[in-house]
Design a protein around this ligand. Structure first.
Ligand code: GLU
Length: 396
C-alpha cells in the first residue's frame, strides 16, 4: 500500500502553484520567519458588514437545508439582475448555475464541454488552474503567446492562427490574472470577428475581476450578440466583495450548458453552502459603488508598487488596468548569480526572493509566462513598501 496506487489522473496533475506558494509562506511564518506573503490573490479587506449581516440573518432564519443544486431561485434572479446591470447581458434564471467558487464553475464548464483530444486555447498569460483543469479533461492546451511588449494581449491574427478543426474552447480572462491587463471593447470585437468564422468554438469568459478596474470599464464577451449563444460567463464574489472563503461562483450560459453543469455538480458537490447563498443575494443586488472604497485603495497600492518597482534595474513593468497583481518581466536576471544562487528561470528568481528576502511571489511559469513573476498587491501599503525594500536589498 503506497502512493504508487494513486491514479494517473492525480499523479500527473500539477499542484496549484498559487496555493502551493501561499502554503509555503504560511509554513515559514509558523516557523517564525517574517514572511511578507504577496503570492495569493486574496483581498486583505473584511467582507462588508451589510453582507455579513445578511448571512447572520439567514442563520437566524434557520436556513440549514440542502439547496437546489443550481442555487436558490431568488439568488439566480438576483444574478440575472446583476448581469443586466453590469454587463448588459440578458440571462434567464434557467441559464444560471451557482457553484462553490468560480473555480468550480470553471471546472464544471470544462468537464461538460471537453472530450479527450479537444483543443483549448489559452491566451497567455492565463490563470494556473485553467491548464490543469483542461488537462484533467484530457484536452490539449494550446497556448497563444504574448509578452509585456504587447501589454500581455493577443491579437485577432494570433487567435486565428491557433485555431484548428479540433479547437473547442477558448478561455478568456479580462481583467487578467496574472497581468492585470484589460482588453478594450474594440479588441473584444476583433477577436469575436475571428470566432464568428468558427461556429464550433465556445468561449469561457472569466470576469471575476470585473469590478476591480482602474482606468477603463470592463466589457463582456456575451454582450456581443454573435457570441451570446456560445459564451459561458463566469463570475463570483471572492474578489470584489472580499469573500474568498465564502466560496460563491456562478455562470450565465446557454441553457443546455447550464443544465449540464447542474447535472455535473449534482453528482459531485450539490448546491453550495446555503448561508453563503443567502448573503450572495445581498452582495450581487448591491450597487458596485458600495465596494468602490476597496477598488480605490487597490489603485493607490498599484501606483505605489509600480512606482517603487520601476526603480529596480532589471524589472520591466506594464501598468495593470485591473485586478490586483503586477507581473514584471524579470528575464534580465536570467544567467546571473545572486547571493550565491544561479538564476536560470522565473521559479529560481521567485525562490530567491522568498529565501533571501522573505517575500513570497509566484513564478510566471505557472501562468504560461516564463519571463515574469506575479506580485499580488492585495496587502497593506506598509507591507508593500517593506516588500519592495527587501526585494531591492536582495538584488543589489
Ligand atoms: N485566484 C487566486 C490566485 O490566483 C486564488 C488562488 C487560486 O485559487 O489560485 O491567487
Amino acid at each position: 500500500m503506497s502512493q504508487e496506487s494513486l491514479s494517473n489522473r492525480i499523479t500527473s496533475l500539477p499542484a496549484s502553484q498559487t496555493l502551493a506558494m501561499a502554503a509555503k509562506a504560511r509554513e515559514l511564518k509558523q516557523q517564525g520567519k517574517d514572511i511578507i506573503g504577496l503570492s495569493l490573490g486574496e483581498p486583505d479587506f473584511n467582507t462588508p458588514d451589510f453582507i455579513k449581516e445578511a448571512a447572520i440573518e439567514a442563520i437566524n432564519q434557520d436556513y440549514n437545508s440542502y439547496t437546489p443544486v443550481d442555487g436558490y431561485a431568488d439568488l439566480k434572479e438576483a444574478i440575472c439582475g446583476k448581469f443586466k446591470r453590469d454587463n448588459n447581458i440578458t440571462y434567464q434564471p434557467n441559464q444560471i448555475v451557482v457553484s462553490t467558487g468560480a473555480k468550480q464553475s470553471i471546472a464544471n464548464v470544462m468537464q461538460v464541454l471537453l472530450n479527450p483530444g479537444d483543443e483549448v486555447l489559452l491566451p497567455c498569460p492565463y490563470w494556473v488552474s485553467y491548464s490543469a483543469i483542461a488537462t484533467l479533461c484530457e484536452a490539449k492546451c494550446v497556448e497563444i503567446p504574448s509578452s509585456i511588449d504587447t501589454n500581455f494581449k493577443i491579437t485577432a491574427e494570433q487567435l486565428e492562427a491557433a485555431i484548428t478543426p479540433k479547437t473547442k474552447l477558448i478561455l478568456f480572462n479580462s481583467p487578467n490574472n496574472p497581468s492585470g491587463t484589460m482588453y478594450s471593447e474594440e479588441e473584444y470585437l476583433a477577436l469575436a470577428a475571428v470566432l464568428e468564422k468558427y461556429p464550433n468554438i465556445y468561449v469561457m469568459s472569466d470576469e471575476i475581476y470585473e469590478h476591480i478596474n482602474y482606468d477603463s470599464k470592463p466589457f463582456s464577451f456575451a454582450a456581443i450578440p454573435s457570441m451570446y449563444d456560445r459564451t459561458i460567463t463566469v463570475n463570483g464574489l471572492a474578489k470584489a466583495f472580499a469573500m474568498t472563503g465564502w466560496r460563491i461562483g456562478f455562470i450565465g450560459a446557454p441553457q443546455w450548458i447550464a443544465k449540464a453543469c447542474t447535472k455535473m455538480q449534482g453528482q459531485i458537490t450539490s448546491g453550495t453552502n446555503c448561508i453563503a447563498q443567502r448573503a450572495a443575494i445581498t452582495a450581487v443586488s448591491a450597487s458596485p459603488v458600495k465596494v468602490q472604497y476597496m477598488v480605490d485603495e487597490f489603485k493607490n497600492r498599484r501606483d505605489i508598487v509600480i512606482g517603487l518597482l520601476s526603480e529596480i534595474e532589471g524589472f520591466k513593468l506594464n501598468v495593470p488596468e485591473g485586478a490586483f497583481y503586477v507581473f514584471p518581466d524579470i528575464s534580465a536576471f536570467f544567467g546571473k548569480t545572486i547571493k550565491g544562487k544561479e538564476i536560470k528561470t522565473a521559479s529560481d528568481f521567485s525562490m530567491l526572493l522568498l529565501e533571501e528576502g522573505n517575500v513570497a511571489t509566484v513564478t510566471g511559469d505557472a501562468f504560461g509566462a516564463p519571463n515574469c513573476i506575479r506580485i499580488s498587491y492585495a496587502a497593506s501599503e506598509l507591507q508593500l513598501r517593506e516588500a519592495v525594500k527587501r526585494i531591492k536589498e536582495v538584488l543589489v
